[in-house]
Ligand binder design. Structure first.
Ligand SMILES: [Zn+2]
Length: 143
């Protein structure tokens, strides 16, 4: 029993900020970001904005977002927040759904270029208070 608890405590935390951001299917299929489409006016947002900023609607349907996009802009970060290993990279990714997403980038500093193709991945974005990785979405160079 004690061993089970110990093992469970070491499993990465799969949530960050908000549980409605990322779906990482337990069957091993590719993770995806969860967009939310307003049922009243059709506006698609990520993350979910409720009520809808256009029409104040409160009913949404979840829409899996594209896994690939283009890097709009980015910054290499050398002095980070507590719990974050430096250097790391953050950027804005434009998805085909006309949504711009802020995310960490998975890769080496000084290797990314604006407008390059990137794709969704998952990985540690920071450490929790116990020094364990918190896993969430990131983007990496597309293959
Ligand atoms: Zn709306």
């Amino acid at each position: 029993m004690a061993d089970d608890k110990k093992k469970k405590d070491k499993e990465p935390d799969m949530t960050f900020f908000h549980p409605d951001l990322l779906e990482a299917p337990k069957d091993g299929s590719a993770p995806y970001l969860k967009g939310y489409r307003c049922k009243k006016c059709g506006k698609l947002d990520f993350p979910k904005l409720s009520p809808c900023p256009l029409c104040w609607g409160e009913d949404f349907e979840m829409v899996p977002l594209s896994r690939k996009g283009k890097l709009y802009s980015f910054a290499d970060i050398y002095i980070g927040q507590p719990g974050m290993n430096t250097p790391y990279i953050v950027g804005y990714i434009d998805l085909p759904e006309d949504i711009r997403i802020f995310a960490q980038l998975d890769g080496e500093v000084q290797t990314f270029k604006c407008d390059e193709d990137v794709e969704l991945t998952t990985g540690p974005i920071r450490m929790n208070q116990d020094g364990l990785p918190i896993i969430s979405y990131k983007f990496k160079k597309a293959n």
